[in-house]
Design a protein around this ligand. Structure first.
Ligand SMILES: [Zn+2]
Length: 305
């Protein structure tokens, strides 16, 4: 498969759901003004962080990967899993590639990405981590960089999702997204970069001054996906599941996307993002319902503040 991009930067905004469309995000709007955008990408079920980030980084749903917040918080991702992470799939094809995972909620790096495969990483709160990420981009020009920001989810937990305080924090994180985008420009790699923003899940606003997630309401299950790059079409993506991130990343790097398998790899390239007649038709996977619905008992970084 032909390599389409030399660099991919994914900025994951935990707990942003589809609420980016309601927030004041001038940088997001500008960056993706000619890109592929949707606010109705489907999260994994249950709408909990480990289940959702696991789906994106592994290309299989929670009914297959079985990860939970408790598991990723307590044990490394097995190096012999039949479902390797994106990082391992890229490493096997590109032994010398610079790969980075910079997450506020470090269990993503520690519990979904295999150890000892040469992934640069660091963890800190979003505001402190972003300058570190920007320096990393300028110095190392990573082939694949995955970033997770946690503070938006914290604002949702503390105030309710979609509330003014939650939307305000999305607006502030929009500035951090712009810092990362700008750093790619300063590194001289922007023309060859596929830049993606994605959320793992949204959350609820019961009007009690706090919110939660884990269920399957629209506020929890519908999320933002946006992509910008030289071969990305300016479209509103009609149908997509967050686990499709894995297929998009492999395709963009010219790595063969595994065959669709209902009991395994179910990550696909959504229709219309790229013009390429060789991309297989998008299959309906709505009958793959995910793991048993449940509310996580293991909070993550922002929930602990
Ligand atoms: Zn989350």
């Amino acid at each position: 498969m032909l390599k389409k991009y030399s660099h991919i930067i994914v900025v994951g905004i935990d707990g942003a759901g589809a609420f980016i469309k309601d927030a004041d995000t001038p940088h997001f709007d500008r960056i993706f003004s000619n890109g592929a955008v949707t606010y109705t990408a489907l999260a994994s079920n249950p709408t909990i962080s480990a289940e959702c980030w696991g789906s994106m980084l592994l290309g299989v749903g929670p009914e297959v990967h079985g990860l939970t917040n408790a598991i990723v918080s307590s044990q490394p991702y097995p190096t012999d899993s039949p479902f390797p992470s994106l990082f391992r799939r890229i490493r096997e094809k590109m032994p010398d590639a610079e790969l980075g995972s910079y997450c506020d909620w470090n269990p993503i790096t520690a519990g979904i990405v295999e150890e000892n495969i040469g992934v640069s990483h660091d963890t800190a709160r979003d505001d402190e981590l972003t300058p570190v990420i920007c320096s990393y981009i300028r110095e190392k020009k990573p082939v694949f960089l995955f970033v997770q920001m946690d503070s938006v989810d914290g604002a949702g937990h503390r105030n309710g999702y979609g509330t003014p305080a939650h939307l305000k924090r999305i607006g502030e994180v929009d500035g951090l997204v712009n810092d990362i985008y700008t750093a790619a420009g300063e590194a001289g790699i922007l023309d060859e970069t596929l830049f993606i923003v994605i959320a793992d899940h949204g959350g609820t606003n019961p009007g009690t001054g706090s919110g939660s997630h884990g269920g399957w309401t629209d506020g929890e299950k519908l999320v933002t996906f946006a992509a910008a790059g030289k071969t990305v079409n300016r479209i509103s993506v009609e149908e997509m599941n967050i686990r499709d991130l894995a297929a998009i990343v492999l395709y963009a790097l010219g790595i063969d996307v595994p065959s669709f398998d209902e009991v395994g790899w179910t990550s696909q390239i959504p229709a219309g993002i790229f013009f390429d007649p060789d991309i297989p038709a998008y299959r309906d996977i709505s009958h793959l319902t995910g793991a048993a619905p449940r509310i996580s008992q293991i909070p993550h970084t922002s929930e602990l503040i």
